[in-house]
Design a protein around this ligand. Structure first.
Ligand code: ADP
Length: 403
């Protein structure tokens, strides 16, 4: 069938008109996209937090495609926006960042008609911008967290620094007092040639006692430094703890008596344990020594009991007590309760040593205290047999003690 030139012209005209309409549609679409991208720069401005980015993503997306609602689900499970009822139409687009997909936005129910491929294109553009903003906010949040962690670390370092300064001044004080006494009595003996023998014996006894005090302090210092470097030596044996406790009570009884304090030991159960008796004696000398130091009247009671799987030894006193909020710190190295720091002797390392030794034995130590009423330390030691016994972590060069 032949067509006349007029008919061909009409068909060409109709085709050209269609093409022009299509092109105008595309130009309009491009214009909307450019306009949208231009605006998104302001919408997803710098410094937004994750929830703000998601809220803006939802508002912008619903606006550009005229959806009824939208919601965002992030990769970490967080959901923003309304997750509605069963929708009639739905459009889901991934939110991408240079590191990959971080979530998805879902548009629900277009106000007029259904979602089109052009809608999807527009939402992709919005989601891409949101992805960049989310990545920025993630970086900012990570930096803020790092910053906060650094600030916390800095605060802790400041506290440690202060504790070290206090420690140096406490140790100097602790060493100076017996040294001054030793020097004073020795000089007096030297100068006074006619000193009666009983007086010089009394002075020499004081010199001897003060030297013992120095030895205890220096040995504690050496032990703490060994413990910090993991070179503390242990000799584990299977034996009862009772003789160790009896020796400690016998050793410290005179000290308790001099303050009028009643010292008692109650062994309810006596079972063999894997312990280093010398280190255990160090633990209880420290606990009972502290109890005597911080008690002015009343009594100090030691009690040993056993359950099926552990042995419990408590040391309780009727002394000054410790404030509740300070309790978590008393086992820290160099820690001393501020208000009594200048009135009582001490270096703040005793309880750190005690805890280290108890930890090594696989046990734990707990403390209960009431201000003005008293304090009770309880040491728990496991009854299970240890697979390794004998000397552990020995480092010959750092194991010297003053005898
Ligand atoms: P210190 O050499 O100062 O006694 P410790 O490490 O043995 O060091 O004890 C730390 C702090 O815990 C002490 O300074 C003291 O404030 C507190 N403390 C320990 N035992 C007692 C106790 N039985 N009663 C009251 N306070 C105690």
């Amino acid at each position: 069938m032949t067509t006349s030139p007029e008919q061909r012209l009409t068909t060409d005209l109709a085709n050209s008109q269609k093409q022009v309409e299509q092109l105008s549609q595309e130009v309009l679409e491009l214009y909307r996209q450019v306009n949208l991208l231009y605006r998104l720069g302001d919408v997803f401005c710098a410094g937004l937090q994750t929830d703000e980015v998601c809220a803006r993503l939802i508002t912008e997306s619903t606006k550009v495609v005229r959806a009824k609602s939208a919601h965002v689900v992030l990769g970490d499970g967080r959901v923003f926006g309304n997750v509605g009822e069963t929708p009639t139409s739905k459009l889901s687009v991934a939110i991408e960042t240079p590191q990959g997909r971080v979530g998805e936005i879902t548009l629900v129910d277009k106000k007029r008609g259904f979602f089109t491929a052009a809608d999807e294109k527009l939402i992709r553009a919005v989601a891409r911008q949101a992805g960049v903003a989310l990545e920025n906010s993630r970086r900012i949040e990570a930096l803020t967290q790092q910053n906060e962690a650094l600030e916390r670390l800095n605060d802790e370092l400041r506290v440690i620094d202060q504790m070290k300064s206090d420690f140096v001044s406490n140790v100097s004080h602790e060493l100076r007092t017996p040294l001054a006494s030793i020097k004073g009595f020795a000089a007096t003996i030297l100068e006074d040639r006619d000193m009666p023998e009983e007086v010089s014996r009394e002075f020499v006894t004081i010199i001897n006692d003060e030297s013992d005090k120095l030895i205890v302090i220096i040995n504690d210092l050496l032990d703490v430094s060994r413990m910090m470097s993991g070179h503390m030596e242990y000799h584990i044996r299977r034996q009862s703890l009772a003789p160790t406790l009896q020796d400690v009570v016998a050793l410290l009884r005179i000290q308790g008596d001099s303050k009028g304090l009643k010292l008692s030991l109650n062994i309810v159960d006596d079972v063999p344990l894997d312990i280093d008796p010398t280190r255990m004696s160090q633990v209880f000398i420290n606990l009972v020594g502290n109890a005597i130091k911080f008690t002015e009247r009343g009594s100090i009671a030691l009690k040993m009991m056993a359950t099926d799987d552990e042995v419990r030894v408590s040391v309780s006193d009727t002394g000054i007590g410790i404030e509740e909020d300070l309790l978590p710190h008393i086992f820290d190295k160099f820690y001393r309760v501020e208000n009594i720091v200048h009135t009582k002797e001490g270096t703040g390392i005793g309880l750190a040593l005690v805890r280290g030794i108890v930890d090594y034995h696989g046990g734990r130590i707990e403390v209960e205290s009431r201000l003005g009423v008293g304090t009770m330390f309880t040491v728990y030691l496991p009854r299970t047999e240890r697979s390794t016994t004998g000397s552990m972590n020995s480092a010959p060069e750092s194991n010297e003690s003053i005898a």
